[in-house]
Write a protein that binds this ligand. Sequence first.
Ligand code: DLL
Length: 437
Amino acid sequence: MAEQKYYQKEIETMPREEMRALQSEKLVKQVKHVYENVKYYRDLMDAKGVTPDDIKSIDDIHKLPFLTKADLRDAYPYGLLGTDLKNCVRIQSTSGTTGRRVVAFYTQADVDMWEDCCARAITAVGGTNEDVCQVAYGYGLFTGGPGLNGGSHKVGCLTLPMSSGNTERQIQFMRDLHATILCCTPSYAAYIGETLKEMGLTPDDIDLKAGIFGAEPWTEEMRRDIEKSLGIKAYDIYGLTETSGPGVAFECEAQAGMHINEDHFYAEIIDPETGEVLPEGSKGELVFTSLDKEGFPLLRYRTRDICVLSRKECSCGRTLIKMSKPMGRSDDMLIIRGVNVFPSQIETVLIKEGYSPNYLIEVDRVKNNDTLDVYVELAPEQFSDTVKDLAIKEKSLAEAIKTMLGINPKVHLVAPKTITRSEGKAVRVIDKRKLHD
Ligand code: DLL
């Protein structure tokens, strides 16, 4: 097969007016679907005095109420379900405690749509049925592995469902089976690059040509490092469990912003403080409306990701609107080794384990690997313990935090009154990573 530039050309290069018409048609249907099937959202619409009849085109979208992570928490687990459970074939989820965990439901049509989005991303980096696509995102509840796996099948690549970890084996498969496309988090890509070098190999020893990296913030500098260490072109991909997973937006050959699959997800930028919709080109919080989801349709979902949208013409020929890399978040969520972490989760563990809520979380990136250090202040009566006892306590607390978050922290128990008290908002997190350019 000749090199294919688009996966669904008609949609990806659709003239703007046609796209708006398509979005309008889909929105009208999606709002009816939600109003009829999701009591939680119907109540929000009723409270705002909006009915499906008020939504005649995409221009009316601003009349709809927002949904937030707090709504997802209130409605957990079934409250936002858009169809009978018997019509759903899959769930995916984020890590975290019950309240923070997002559980999304998919019908077969939802899975198909999601995989199409990932197929567009793979095709945009030059993927065809002649490629071997190594998927080293985690498989399981996390959307990374299953999403790219499905997209890779749709494109017809030979798919290597490696999941993450076991890096030397990753490199061995990469070499033996001539992988040409690598999908994983940017930090894992960087780590694979380092390991390759440590094994005495160079980019000439592998056949990779492209990488599709996302799920966490990464800089242009990191892109250049990865490109050099693996001898590839590195492309960004964005998504979130709430909307489906990876593939909501993807980078093309221009490597300058990510095209949003706006026939499925309508994007708005709002002022995170006031909720006011901002004009194109403004920096603000990204809000998504699913346009054709069945299982877990979300209208005007506030992602908390801060970014800029642009409709500037793209050299790749796609007309899909672009988003910049996320430039931060309007909440306190951290992404550490690809895992979404809220400081309050750590606080919950400390309190449960009998420690004080005086703590400090320090995140850094050492050799492209995220580190998590948690400093916890001891009460005076706890401090009399011997050094050996402290080491045991640190280990057990680290275990408890790992059980909660799924990632290993380094715990430091420190003397009473050593963590600076705050006179205003407590500073609980020091993030030393330079994640944004
Ligand atoms: O991270 C889905 C995904 C998997 C995307 C694989 C790309 C590749 P969640 O675990 O729900 O889903 O986390 C979603 O991660 O709101 C962003 O804050 C952040 N994020 C995702 N992609 C990027 C990216 C997956 N390319 C949250 N750059 C989102 C920066 C990203 N942040």
